[in-house]
Design a protein around this ligand. Structure first.
Ligand code: ADP
Ligand code: ASP
Ligand code: MG
Length: 404
């Protein structure tokens, strides 16, 4: 079998963990499998590299930032190759350049376009265990790009798809996908299975156990994923197209603190203004999430929207530069907000779900400042300081619904 495994940063955080993972990889190899392993940077390396950059410039060039933060993954694969060699087995480490992992040109949030498989395949034919850097790619200028935080999951799934691997296993520091982050909600339950669509929503809404792009690629190429612990042998969670178990109303709760809210005040209440504002943001590659427009009064209106906190500076700058052209009076923002969401395939046909969620928030005394709903999710925007409390209150309210 051809097996792709991915180990996250905490699974390779120190020499002891590196050897623990090396032994697991060797066990898989010894069973006669071809093994490709994608690794993340050790422990908090990526955060430390970002902090180092900010000591030089709080707003560094994105190209140089990618050059810097991609180095963590290169350390991991080289160290792992050394550990596997030391244990007496053949291994070779490869970075994005050596493999040929091609992305679009967008620094810091690049999308994979194509992965060359020749080098990996020839190393496998030479009986090597192949260790590939997660998170990084190269663009058409031969520059290093990165895939966004948590992007190593995406590298792994994309490689599994490109190689038509028999298995793609994501090893992490929890036993699988839970009904909520088990570090925040103590009675969260592990799910045996979850569909791509539900996992996609949970990941996009902040459940960082999988990078949302990785789930998109898994769904597109029908790669079945297993999420499990690198520290024990428990079974983990299978992510796939259909699940055998009965569809539940709500399959999970997610919280996201990488959120900020911008309000553009006093925009003329005339056609085309929303178009002007959001096409300006789109042109600058800034994605927006929840949008709320006030009812026009005295010929003007306010438009508020949420976006990733990491895009806040860029967004404020472009809006300020264009304030006159938009005809707006002012732009204000709030950073200490968070989005809490519930996800479930059964939601569309059950009108009571939203009310149950709002009731949980009311009972916890937490104010909701924005709401967004779709067929499979409901999200509320709240003060950041209430995130954990809100997740627990909502999880409690839906506890029965989450029994699988
Ligand atoms: P890795 O370094 O292995 O990629 P991450 O820290 O990126 O690990 O992701 C694993 C973490 O995701 C867990 O430690 C957990 O705190 C968090 N998490 C958030 N939501 C969930 C969820 N629904 N199920 C499991 N883990 C979750
Ligand atoms: N090292 C990168 C990060 O910390 C990528 C990853 O861990 O998946 O975001
Ligand atoms: Mg991760």
């Amino acid at each position: 079998m051809l097996i792709v495994q991915k180990y996250g940063g905490s699974s390779v955080a120190n020499p002891e963990r590196v050897f623990n993972v090396a032994k697991r990889i060797i066990d898989t190899y010894k069973q006669g499998n071809k093994v490709v392993v994608v690794l993340s940077a050790q422990g908090k390396t990526t955060d430390e590299l970002i902090a180092k950059a900010h000591e030089i410039d709080p707003n560094p060039s994105k190209r140089e930032m990618d050059m810097l933060i991609s180095t963590g993954e290169q350390q991991s694969v080289a160290l792992m190759a050394m550990a596997i060699n030391k244990l007496g087995y053949p291994a070779v480490s490869l970075n994005a350049f050596q493999v040929g992992m091609h992305t679009n040109r967008t620094y810091s949030n690049a999308r994979l376009k194509r992965i060359d498989t020749e080098r990996i395949e020839s190393e496998l034919d030479r009986k090597n265990i192949v260790l590939v850097t997660g998170f990084q790619g190269i663009n058409k200028f031969d520059d290093i790009t990165t895939l966004g935080r948590s992007g190593s999951d995406t590298t792994a799934v994309a490689i599994a798809a490109a190689l038509r691997a028999d298995k793609c296993e994501i090893y992490t520091d929890v036993d699988g996908v839970y009904t909520a982050d088990p570090r925040i909600v103590k009675d969260a339950r592990k799910l045996n299975e979850i569909t791509y669509d539900e996992m996609l929503e949970l990941a996009a809404l902040g459940a960082k156990v999988l990078h949302h792009r990785s789930v998109e690629i898994a769904k597109k190429y029908n790669v079945e994923l297993v999420v499990r612990s690198s520290l024990n042998n428990s079974e983990g969670t299978i992510v796939r197209e259909v699940c055998n178990v009965e569809k539940m109303l709500v399959s999970g709760v997610a919280g996201d603190k990488n959120v900020a809210r911008i309000s553009v005040m006093g925009i003329p209440d005339t056609p085309g203004k929303a178009f002007d504002l959001f096409s300006l943001l789109a042109k600058n590659k800034i994605s927006v999430d929840i949008i709320l427009q006030s009812i026009g009064r005295d010929g003007t209106k306010d438009i508020s929207f949420t976006l990733a906190r990491t895009d806040l500076n860029d967004a404020i700058n472009v809006i300020k530069e264009n304030l006159d052209r938009l005809g707006a009076k002012d732009v204000v923002y709030k950073e200490d907000v968070a989005k809490v969401s519930i996800v479930g395939a059964g939601m569309a046909t059950n009108p009571g779900i939203a009310a149950m969620m709002f009731e949980a928030m009311y009972n916890a005394g937490i104010n909701i400042s924005m709401i967004s709903t779709s067929e499979v999710k409901i999200s509320v925007l709240i003060d950041e300081k209430h995130t954990e409390e809100a997740m627990n209150a909502i999880h409690d309210r839906f506890r029965l619904a989450m029994e699988r």
